[in-house]
Design a protein around this ligand. Structure first.
Ligand code: NAD
Length: 503
């Protein structure tokens, strides 16, 4: 059943100029199958010199890529869409093998990424500028969108295919060339992506992959040839990337961590809310930046809600992601699993009630498993509330009123996603007005916007002023030029040293 067990370690290198390139630095990192705990591969870590070569290649490619007509780009993206559609299963299998998420969830990741490719098939429409005829007598003014040049993406472990698609698809469609620095924990999807793009006909050097760690990230942030950086990952690194990149003169969007609340009002449908809390709390083992981490039970809902959530937990099947009966896979590494499990110690020590202990229900086969876990009576001072746990540990905070619930969310340092469960449309409408969070779900627990809106949080969940993909993604990867033009007309020509005014 387990497709990922290998006897020989797979060597994972870079992709530069349309070909795979072996690492030269001598530095590497291990890649595991989280479902067994075995090391399956070794990924190269780039040196600054190796990264410099990628920038030179991408920069050379940009001189021709920016001339590709919009109709040729659209045609190419339709081919890219078709190839990714045909290779969904190959991509999904790589995700399950290295990340651990169950195969059906990996397919969901690929689907949501492909939707961004589908969106940029309309790039001719998306890049349309504006035109004002006769802005002044005989003068027209228009704006055009142009690419930035060579841009880079730095991505997290939890969506090794989709988050890169959020970046490379709009970046390349807008006429930029792209360098991806994937997570070193699950790097293989980046190379299959590169192969598919080449097969679709993308010119060499337009999409490149440089594997690595902090050295590669710092090289991206410092290199004068990189015009813009998109980052998705944890908040401390997002802040570092934003501050360092902007100081070096780059445009940066850096998406960070999250602590997503799901508020359940007394009038909510308790069964619907409990189903949503279990799905959104434990899906992908809680390793989603839009996972529900805290259920906020308002008023007298708490006891029945906790009972309803608890009653669903024994049925959640935890196991190898390649087993079709598994609903939740392992965590990504042993260290991360142990850190997540530590909240099952610190939570009760700080006064929380341990309702379900995933250490007792995790498969015991050497994989990085933790079963579904539930903490009740969590309060805002506890570590389990303050930290982004990023694992299958759901906390319940009990509050007495809607106002208290809203305050909790608004005072939290993160502002990625939030959900409100209620039957009252008026309260829901007031909530969407009042809440300081970038993505809001009304009776929807994971409100990831569709590809033609943009994705992004507020507060410490995003550094920079552009959300990712959708219309804001197009804005991020282009800059506008305004042209004021007049054609020779002897009737309107004269010497005038005054400041230009409209006539
Ligand atoms: P991470 O911050 O550890 O790593 C992200 C990237 O930064 C990786 O490519 C990694 O190699 C690099 N990196 C790590 N440490 C670095 C350092 N010291 N200096 C420079 N670069 C460094 O994040 P992760 O553990 O891979 O991913 C999980 C985190 O990502 C969670 O916090 C999650 O909420 C967040 N996330 C956010 C979103 C979002 O859209 N806001 C989406 C997915 C994941």
């Amino acid at each position: 059943m387990n497709a990922a067990v290998t006897t020989e370690l797979k060597t994972i290198g870079h992709w530069i100029g349309g070909a795979s390139v072996a690492g030269e630095s001598g530095r590497t990192g291990p890649v595991y199958n989280p479902a067994t705990g075995e090391q399956t591969g070794e990924v190269a870590f780039a040196s600054v010199e190796e990264f410099d070569r990628a920038v030179t290649t991408a920069s050379d490619a940009h001189t021709t890529w920016r001339h590709f007509s919009l109709s040729k780009r659209a045609e190419l993206f339709f081919r890219i869409y078709q190839l990714f559609d045909e290779h969904r299963d190959d991509l999904a299998r790589l995700l399950t093998a290295e990340h651990g998420k169950v195969l059906s969830d990996a397919h969901g990741e690929v689907q949501r990424g492909i939707e961004v490719i589908e969106y940029v098939c309309g790039i001719p429409e998306l890049l349309k500028g504006a035109y004002s005829e006769q802005a002044s007598s005989g003068i027209d003014v228009y704006s055009i969108r142009q690419p930035l040049g060579v841009v880079a993406g730095i991505t997290p472990f939890n969506f090794p295919a989709m988050v890169p698609m959020w970046m490379w698809a709009p970046a390349i469609a807008c006429g930029n060339t792209f360098i991806l620095k994937p997570s070193e924990k699950d790097p293989s999807a980046s190379l299959l992506t590169a192969e598919l793009l080449k097969e679709a006909g993308l010119p060499d050097g337009v999409f490149n992959v440089v594997q690595g760690d902090k050295i590669a990230v710092d090289a991206i942030l410092q290199h004068p040839g990189i015009a813009a950086v998109s980052f998705v990952g944890s908040t401390p690194i997002a802040r570092y990337v934003y501050e360092t990149g902007t100081k070096a003169g780059k445009r940066v969007q850096a998406l960070g961590g999250a602590k997503n609340h799901m508020i359940v009002l007394p009038d909510a449908d308790i069964d619907m809310a409990a189903d949503a809390a279990v799905s959104a709390g434990y899906g992908s083992a809680g390793e989603r930046c839009m996972a529900v981490s805290v259920v906020v039970a308002v008023g007298d809902t708490a006891d029945s809600l906790v009972d309803a959530i608890k009653s669903r937990l024994p049925a959640v099947k935890v196991g190898d992601g390649f087993d079709p009966s598994s609903e939740m896979g392992p965590l990504v590494t042993r260290e991360h699993r142990d850190k997540v499990a530590s909240y099952l110690e610190s939570g009760p020590a700080q006064g929380a009630t341990l309702v379900a202990d995933g250490r007792d229900t995790a498969p015991d086969n050497g994989g990085f498993f933790l079963g579904v876990s539930l903490l009740d009576d969590v309060t805002p001072e506890m570590d389990a509330y303050r930290d982004e746990i990023f694992g299958p540990v759901l906390s319940v905070v009990r509050v007495s009123s809607y106002d208290e619930a809203l305050r909790l969310v608004n005072e939290n340092q993160y502002g990625n996603g939030v959900a409100l469960f209620t039957r009252d449309g008026g309260v829901a409408r007031q909530f969407q007005f009042d809440v300081n969070v970038g993505m809001v779900g009304i009776n929807v627990p994971i409100p990831v916007p569709v590809a033609y809106y943009s994705f992004g949080g507020w507060k410490n969940s995003l550094f920079g002023d552009r959300h990712i993909y959708g219309p804001e993604g197009i804005d991020f990867y282009t800059r506008t030029k305004a042209v004021t033009s007049r054609w020779p007309d002897p009737a309107t020509s004269r010497v005038d040293l005054g400041f230009p005014q409209t006539r």
